[in-house]
Structures are given as structure tokens and as C-alpha cells.
Design a protein around this ligand. Structure first.
Ligand code: NAD
Length: 253
């Protein structure tokens, strides 16, 4: 993939959780191409190493499971020791799981909320001491925050919580001139759904979501990364508390 080089993130220090795959990895590449130095987090050292060589420069990797608060502490200790501060935080890590009402187990609920809600909350809260005033925080939500889906009620509720955090945290952090915005992708071509479905189920799922999308296709991870980069940069200097949709129109009709 060739990225047009820019400099709108020159000298910025960014942390991207889940930066070893999909949207997080594409955003790490874009941030670096725009002049930032990036810390990516990943679940395994192996995927971190592969991503670091893929991104190529101005990137470090840290192992971190966001559902484990001690891991988040360790991650920020490393960032603090190596650089001391953060200008951009993209809380992106997340999982999806399917279960209709009637088949929702406690484990299903806990796993989704542990990673997509609790993990995101503490990723942001524990960053506060090292976030510079004037920083930009981008929270990974989803069109699911404003849509219904028979098999995804818990996942969608977790993303609605993220959208809600954006509103309240905008108030909590405005005195420090820290902007907080949510990004809500529609169907994006990443390994996200394949992780929990077989190939046939994934094809069927994708066919259905593409049919429901005005643009008639999935988005690419870099199409989301470009919007995240906008929210991270001074180009969005008077924008806070919003939910920016990158969804081919899916949730807009
Ligand atoms: P992906 O599976 O490629 O990336 C998910 C990332 O989250 C991976 O890097 C993974 O390692 C990380 N992760 C998973 N569990 C984790 C944990 N316990 N601790 C830390 N990291 C963990 O998929 P993606 O599509 O790039 O997803 C990124 C985010 O985008 C997710 O939050 C997802 O909900 C959101 N999203 C994706 C889509 C889509 O269609 N792909 C649409 C809307 C929102």
C-alpha cells in the first residue's frame, strides 16, 4: 500500500491499542506517514514483531491485554520511561461475538464488556497522567452503537457505552483542552469477523452488510485510518464529543 506522506502529526507521540491488525495497524502506518512516533499494543510478541517490521520506522510495540488492568499499567510505565508523554491516544482494541437474546451467556457478556468497555475505559483513565494538555483521544465505537442486530445486542450495547463515554469524557477533559471523539466504522475489511466465524458464515455476513450499505462495498482499514488521523490532528481543532461515521452510508439512511 502506498500512503501519501504528510506532516500534520509531526513530532506527536501516539498510543494505539490493538495496533497489530486491521484498523489499528492501518492507523499506525498512517500516523507514522504523517510524522508521528507510535506505540502499538498487541496480544503477542510475535504479532508485535511482524507489525513493527511492516510499519518500518518510528514505532515501538508493547504486549498488553486491555482486559487486564495490570497490563495497562505496565504498558504506560514503558511509554513513560521511553518518552514520558502522549499526544494522541487511539483506544481501538476490540472483539466481536454473536449471540441472540435467549442464548446470551454470562461469559459472552463478560468477555465483550471486559475488552470493549472496561478495557477501553481504563486505557483512557490510566493514560491521563501522561497525556499532554491539548491531546486528542479517539475512542473506537461502531455503527453498532446506533443500530439493532438480532445476534449482536451485547456487542452493540458495548459500542453504545463507548459512544456515551465520549460525551461525558469531553466534559471531564475540556479544562485540559483534551478533545475526545468517537469513530464509528461500518463494515471494514479486516480479520475482525473471521476470528469468530468460519469462511462460509463470514461470506454470508459480508454479503448481507454490503447489501445494506449505500456505497455497496466494505471499507478499507485505511479509509478509517484517514478519519482517525483527521481527529488526531489540528485539522479537527474545534471538534470534540462527536461520533464520526466511516460507514459507506450504512447507518445514515
Ligand atoms: P482486528 O481483529 O483486526 O483488530 C482487533 C484488535 O484488537 C487486534 O489488534 C487484537 O489483537 C486487539 N485485541 C483483541 N482483544 C484484545 C485484548 N483483550 N486486549 C488488547 N487488544 C485486544 O479487527 P478491526 O476491525 O481492526 O477492529 C478494531 C476495532 O474496530 C474494534 O474495536 C472493532 O469493534 C472496531 N470496529 C470494526 C469494524 C469492522 O467492520 N471491522 C466495524 C466497526 C468497529
Amino acid at each position: 500500500m502506498s500512503l501519501k506522506m504528510g506532516n500534520k502529526l509531526d513530532g506527536k507521540i501516539a498510543v494505539i491499542t490493538g495496533g497489530t491488525s486491521g484498523i489499528g495497524l492501518a492507523t499506525a502506518k498512517r500516523f507514522v506517514s504523517e510524522g508521528a512516533c507510535v506505540f502499538i499494543t498487541g496480544l503477542s510478541q510475535k504479532e508485535i514483531d511482524v507489525s513493527i517490521s511492516d510499519i518500518g520506522k518510528n514505532v515501538s510495540g508493547i504486549q498488553c491485554d486491555v482486559s487486564n488492568l495490570a497490563d495497562i499499567d505496565k504498558m504506560y510505565d514503558i511509554v513513560k520511561d521511553q518518552i514520558g508523554h502522549v499526544d494522541i491516544l487511539f483506544a481501538n482494541s476490540g472483539i466481536i461475538q454473536f449471540a441472540p437474546l435467549g442464548e446470551i451467556s454470562e461469559e459472552h457478556f463478560d468477555r465483550l464488556f471486559d475488552i470493549d468497555v472496561k478495557g477501553l475505559l481504563f486505557t483512557v483513565q490510566k493514560a491521563l497522567p501522561i497525556l499532554n494538555d491539548g491531546s486528542s483521544i479517539i475512542l473506537m465505537a461502531s455503527i453498532g452503537a446506533s443500530k439493532g442486530s438480532a445476534d449482536l445486542s451485547v456487542y452493540h450495547a458495548s459500542k453504545a457505552a463507548v459512544r456515551s463515554f465520549t460525551r461525558s469524557w469531553t466534559l471531564n477533559l475540556s479544562h485540559r483542552k483534551i478533545r475526545v471523539n468517537a469513530i464509528s466504522p461500518g463494515p471494514i475489511d479486516t480479520p475482525f469477523v473471521n476470528r469468530v466465524m468460519n469462511e462460509k458464515q463470514t461470506d454470508e455476513f459480508i454479503k448481507n452488510v454490503v447489501r445494506a450499505t449505500p456505497m455497496g462495498r466494505m471499507g478499507s482499514p485505511d479509509e478509517v485510518a484517514k478519519a482517525v488521523s483527521f481527529l488526531a490532528s489540528d485539522d479537527s481543532s474545534y471538534i470534540t464529543g462527536i461520533e464520526l461515521f466511516v460507514d459507506g452510508g450504512m447507518a445514515q439512511i
